[in-house]
Design a protein around this ligand. Structure first.
Ligand SMILES: [Zn+2]
Length: 181
């Protein structure tokens, strides 16, 4: 959703997932790459999306890691970087907005952060939206926590198509061990 929204006003998107050591409960690298390959093949116009992997490890350093990620993507030649809620966070350790606020302290960066609030699908608005734009109650919103998503997958259930595209969900469900131990 964030990537597609970004493409609407820019030339294209470079999808550059971190491949390397991660914490328990995160998706394993093979699942990450296969899911992106499936999503790009089925849901992106040709030549609007490039996939390349970034071989390093996640450090879960929240705002500091957001700046590091921005510098690495600046070095790739990217003009913008998407910074979502709680970028590179872990549990409830960081203020979810800290990774966005820290960019005020680094005006010398040549890459511009693009900030997004958390998105959800609203069955009344009939679109993906945010708390700023949608007044409706939680019972008409399709949103799911990482923990709930893991539980569903471990029980062999595919989440709603508003949370995960069915073909991408299938890639995860078909994998014998989609999560890091
Ligand atoms: Zn709504």
């Amino acid at each position: 959703m964030l990537q597609k929204t970004s493409i609407t006003t820019r030339d294209g998107v470079f999808v550059n997932p971190v491949i390397g050591q991660k914490k328990s409960g995160d998706f394993v690298d093979e699942v990450i790459v296969k899911c992106y390959e499936t999503m790009i093949k089925l849901y992106y116009p040709e030549n609007r999306c490039k996939l390349g992997t970034l071989h390093t490890q996640m450090k879960y350093a929240g705002p500091k890691e957001a700046i590091h990620h921005a510098i690495m993507r600046q070095n790739y030649g990217c003009t913008h970087i998407i910074i979502g809620r709680d970028h590179a966070g872990v549990g409830k350790f960081y203020d979810p907005m800290a990774a966005q606020k820290i960019f005020d302290d680094y005006p010398e960066l040549e890459i511009s952060p693009v900030f997004f609030p958390p998105f959800f699908y609203c069955r009344k608005c009939l679109t993906y939206t945010t708390p700023k734009a949608c007044p409706h109650d939680n019972d008409v919103k399709e949103q799911i926590s990482g923990t709930a998503l893991r539980e569903m997958i471990q029980n062999g259930q595919a989440p709603s198509e508003f949370i995960l595209r069915p073909e991408v969900a299938q890639v995860i469900l078909d994998h014998p061990k989609p999560f890091v131990d």
